[in-house]
Design a protein around this ligand. Structure first.
Ligand code: NAP
Length: 210
């Protein structure tokens, strides 16, 4: 299978390309300024910027190619409608780490018992959007409009803790991404499941992890 990789020279792209190749995919790397020609590809993957992703995804969908997108900080609704119109798939996940999906699931469970929570998300200083897509998704999942605190510092990769406060007790659920390789397993899972998804937009790795 051939996969177009938008953002192949980015931090995630550089970690992802060798994992895709090791899994048997032929990877066509597409960088800023390249022609977004994805003809002949079975799927396109995008880890770029919030400005670039909508243009890349639209180009791929218009060429009839389904997309798996990790770029955060943009709204995929309109392009989901385009994918549905074309009978192809747009899969978007704010976090491709299995541990992060479990962190969100455990937080949702905890929220049933602890009505007060706040979220602290910590990322490398190069991350352009704040709060992170994972923090916003977690807030939606646990409800109650929790405060989100965003930290951007060198040395960080991607980390989040959800702190629940109750009378005389605290519960902290924390996930740390220590290497960008952790996103590759989620991307491989999404590529594998892509043909089974309904046409149009699917959001979140949790929809693929039972
Ligand atoms: P990064 O290191 O800045 O990489 C982005 C890459 O995209 C750069 O090489 C950039 O090129 C390139 N690019 C920019 N515009 C492009 C275009 N129009 N077409 C093709 N490539 C283009 O960022 P990163 O850390 O890899 O993160 C990328 C995105 O993924 C961010 O939105 C981040 O929040 C998100 N992310 C998501 C997950 C997840 O699990 N969902 C995990 C990590 C990161 P230049 O350097 O030349 O501009």
């Amino acid at each position: 299978m051939k996969v177009a990789l938008f953002g192949a020279e980015g931090k995630v792209g550089r970690a992802l390309a060798p994992r895709l190749e090791a899994a048997g995919y032929e990877v066509r790397g597409i960088e800023l300024g390249d022609d977004p020609d994805v003809t002949g590809c079975d799927a396109a993957v995008d880890f770029t910027t919030p400005d670039a992703a909508p243009t890349n995804v639209r180009a791929a969908l218009e060429q009839g190619v389904s997309c798996v997108v990790g770029t955060t900080g943009w709204e995929p609704g309109e392009l989901g409608a385009l994918a549905a119109e074309k009978g192809i798939r747009l899969f978007v996940a704010p976090n491709f780490s299995i541990g992060a999906v479990l962190m969100m699931r455990f937080a949702r469970d905890a929220a049933a018992h602890f009505p007060r929570a706040e979220i602290v998300e910590l990322h490398n200083e190069a991350k352009r959007d704040a709060p992170s897509g994972t923090a916003k998704a977690t807030a939606d999942l646990i409800g109650g409009d929790p405060a989100i605190h965003s930290v951007r510092l060198p040395g960080l990769v991607a980390h989040q803790e959800v702190i629940f406060g109750g009378e005389g007790q605290l519960l902290t659920i924390r996930h740390d991404t220590t290497g960008r390789e952790s996103f590759a397993d989620g991307v491989l899972l999404a590529l594998e499941k892509l043909p089974e998804l309904p046409p149009g937009l699917t959001i979140g790795l949790e929809s693929l992890v039972s």
